[in-house]
Design a protein. Sequence first.
Length: 173
Amino acid sequence: MAMIYSVGHISGAHFNPAVTITFAVLRRFSFREVPLYIVAQLLGSIMASGTIALLLDVTPQAYFGTVPVGSSVQSLVFEIIISFLLMFVISGASTDSRAIGDLAGVAVGMTILLNVFIAGPVSGASMNPARSLGPAIVKHVYKGLWVYIVGPITGCLGGGIAYNFIRSKPLAS
């Protein structure tokens, strides 16, 4: 939430490659800029993960990345659902001119918090490929990593498309 309020007016607060890709697909962001944003997002995650690994004695039991606790399919379904909800809220709170823009950070932050409470125990509630790739690369833990790439991208695309579908429908009187 703090980062959204800090730099959202500069970058649109794209800290998540799945959100960046979805915005590009929905023509709210230039496809030309997608590779640069994704590289920056991945580098940021790798540098943050490297810093944590350097400063703290991270044992395999204290791994700070995301790995499926249950099956990969369970985690994939959770990641799709929570990423769908996240992108739906992002679309409504930050891209629709009818929304109260000052509350976008709170709405997105609370959605992330609720998603973590619900899906965290099973999937780790990543919702962000960069958030999972950084720790995996730094600590060489790749178990189920595909879940955290496929799930958030699929869920975000679905959430963004669903919101745009209802946004385009006239309101019943």
